[in-house]
Design a protein around this ligand. Sequence first.
Ligand code: FRU
Length: 472
Amino acid sequence: THILQPYAPHHRPLLHFAPHRNWINDPNGLVFLNGQYHLFFQHNPYGTDWGHMSWGHAVSKDLLHWEERPVALAEDDTTMIFSGCCVLDANNTSGFGTVDGPALIALYTGHHHDSGLQTQNLAYSLDEGQSWTRYGVVLDEGIPDFRDPKVFWHEKTRCWIMAVVLAAHHQVVFYASQNLKSWEKRSVFGPEGHTGGIWEVPELLELQDDAGESHWVLKVDLNPGGPFGGSGCQYFVGQFDGWSFTSTQEARWLDHGKDFYAAITFANLQDRTVWLGWMNNWEYARNHVQGEYSGVMSLPREIRLQRTADGLILCQTPIREWEEVWRALPCQQELLVKADQEHDLLVLPEAALDLQAHFVGTEQSILGIAFSVAGQLEWTLEFDVPDRKVTVSRQGSIEQSGFQGEHSAPLESVEQHVRLIVDHSTLEVFLNDGKQVFTEVFFPPQGESRLSLYTRSGQVKVQVFAVRGPQH
Ligand code: FRU
């Protein structure tokens, strides 16, 4: 067996953001501004482990090709720069810019070295995030575990609303402001839903369902207490009246894989809601710090709500820009996989592909997709109709506790629409238009990759719509 180092050079994804070097965790301050997407992120500029937390910075025109920029907000003698958000102050409510030249405002958590206390701080930029002026603390309750502000403009009540966690209390607190500088507490949500770990990185957002009706969603991550151990992500669907959020449904898990954390949406987008998350799990993130860099972001995903018999579900699909990259690869389009058969579908020079397929099974069908690299089985995705579950099983060569194992979700039908995207060390599975998503990292050896289909019982009709791979 190979001794493998995570985040080796050949693990570097082609179209997912990863830093040139050193550690990253949460995405921060995502914002669209003058034709450019800005991605700030939790970053240790000095090493591949967590520490010296600062905001790194990268920009992109298409959300897929990223250019890293110098660190935007660096740790100073007293304070680390923890997670937070950016807003464009278009009406100059803060007075830091002008209506013609609005300020980009960052609201982030200052983690104070000596006291361990956490405050919400403000910095602004008048040059599209290149240089920042620190205004200072805008919200101080004299407590620790108070962090990750996410702010939006609430048009109905004409004020800024901030969601921020009391991490150890499993609570999200909502504050309101007219000018982003003075904040007034409005309400507290929680504890509710999953509380098996501290709560982090909340976001309250308005989303439309497929009938055009609007709802409020509160997303909040937790660590540990996730569905497969370590960290995870839940959401509540409900109502928000400008003062308080009430959930009208049970909490749901957002992702059925193990590596989607701390997602936030892009501010200042008009026609769609897009977010991305850190593809990692706090259970093992800090064990994987041997390479040049550590950490990768998920693909940006468009999110929406869908009505189902089971209530409203948050669906995630790859952003439309994704359809423009990579090129079609030849592949058999229709096949019937009979009971206990195996069928090689694709052999590729590297571990990178985007597959869309439709499966029609029977009540007996157990169909799997197996992915191996350089002859080594990395993961399988198995649809088990008799057991009514769909499972990603990570088998690869990283034998760390919590890394290998099975991650399952309920299987609702013998028919499945499957999209899977592999980018060297990332796997994202979108089932049935994003109603179920599995986000997983894996660290294969270098070499040829092979995708095959197998059945363990029943037969399955497979229709392959599209296979695409990198344009080299
Ligand atoms: C979530 C988190 C945040 C915090 C940041 C520190 O992953 O723990 O709560 O602001 O990371 O890096």
